[in-house]
Design a protein around this ligand. Structure first.
Ligand code: MEV
Length: 310
């Protein structure tokens, strides 16, 4: 028997831009997905992860595709070596939190343990990236990198296919956040493909947005390193404005963002795929964090308290 985990993540800056080689900043969250692998007489995947209603049904095809990609890449013949895989953990699955990457990393690690492959983190990350292709279509690699390594990361996809640039960012102290769940699941591969079409149809609009983002993310790195919380929040708001211009927000996310603003969040934006999923609100200090979680919950949304830069 083997049991291993993968972290969830939040993107602070740069979802979608990162697919086109621009830098992004993301942090692993403490919540994890756990994969248990045990011997069985037939292959079986039992999904006990907590999730937004409808998430698992919507993701059924993706999960199947990811599993096949992982098994093929690891050259595991599941007919010859039947196993039961049970997924669990405290990562509440919906789009935006890196649930598919957390799943792929936990499974890759568990297979490595189960078959005594002794794979290192780089190899696990590579397998997890392969699994991500099943859900994100053309993934940047940021989700699997966070799921595997944890921490607060500066990430740049190498569009030539070589190694991605990954830098661990150190901040003075972890920052409290609250994630508000819109209750809607979106399909990453579809939204990424949609974005590509929109970008091709209106290059002028997107060039302008991408340039603005490029300036913004550099400032964001500086403000994280100098621990300028007000500035980080302001830049998160700006990032959200750009994502909204790219048609990636939704009514529910906007509602959570306005609640966040009314209750003193320093910044708020959608995180991850968008068009549903989670909103990240920057709420330094436990008092503000608690207040925010209560305000989001009393409006009928689920809220998760977490920290970035742990
Ligand atoms: C999904 O968490 C983030 C996206 O930028 C896709 C990717 O980076 O692969 C939307």
């Amino acid at each position: 028997m083997a049991e291993c985990y993968g972290f969830g993540k939040v993107i602070l800056f740069g979802e979608h831009f990162v697919v086109y080689g621009l830098p992004a900043i993301a942090s692993a969250v403490g919540d994890k997905t756990i994969a248990k692998i045990e011997k069985s007489d037939k292959y079986e995947l039992v999904d006990n992860r907590p999730a937004t209603e409808g998430y698992k049904v919507k993701k059924k095809g993706e999960i199947k595709r990811s599993m096949k990609l992982i098994l093929d890449f690891m050259k595991i013949d599941i007919e010859k070596n039947p196993v039961k895989i049970t997924l669990s953990g405290n990562l509440f699955c919906t789009s935006g939190i890196g649930a598919s990457a957390a799943m792929a990393t936990s499974i890759a690690r568990a297979f490595s343990d189960y078959f005594n492959l002794n794979l290192n983190d780089e190899q696990i990350n590579r397998i997890s990236y392969e699994g991500e292709k099943g859900s994100a279509g053309t993934p940047s690699g940021i989700d699997n990198t966070c799921a595997t390594f944890g921490g607060l990361l500066w990430f740049e996809k190498n569009l030539q296919g070589g190694e991605n640039k990954i830098e661990l960012l150190e901040i003075k102290q972890p920052i409290e956040i609250v994630l508000g769940n819109t209750g809607l699941s979106s399909v990453t591969s579809e939204v990424v493909a949609d974005m590509k079409k929109a970008k091709e149809a209106d290059p002028e609009k997107y060039d302008k947005i991408f340039k603005e983002y490029e300036r913004l993310v550099k400032e964001a790195r500086g403000s994280l390193e100098s621990y300028d919380l007000e500035k980080i929040g302001k830049l998160m708001d700006e990032n959200h404005r750009l994502l909204k211009e790219m048609n990636l927000s939704c009514k529910e996310a906007e509602k959570i963002i306005s609640i966040a603003k009314e209750n003193g969040a320093l910044g708020a934006k959608i995180t991850g795929t968008g068009r549903g999923g989670y909103v990240i609100t920057l709420t330094p200090g436990e008092e503000l964090q608690e207040k925010m979680a209560k305000a989001i919950e009393s409006a009928g949304f689920m809220a998760i308290k977490s920290k970035i830069g742990v």
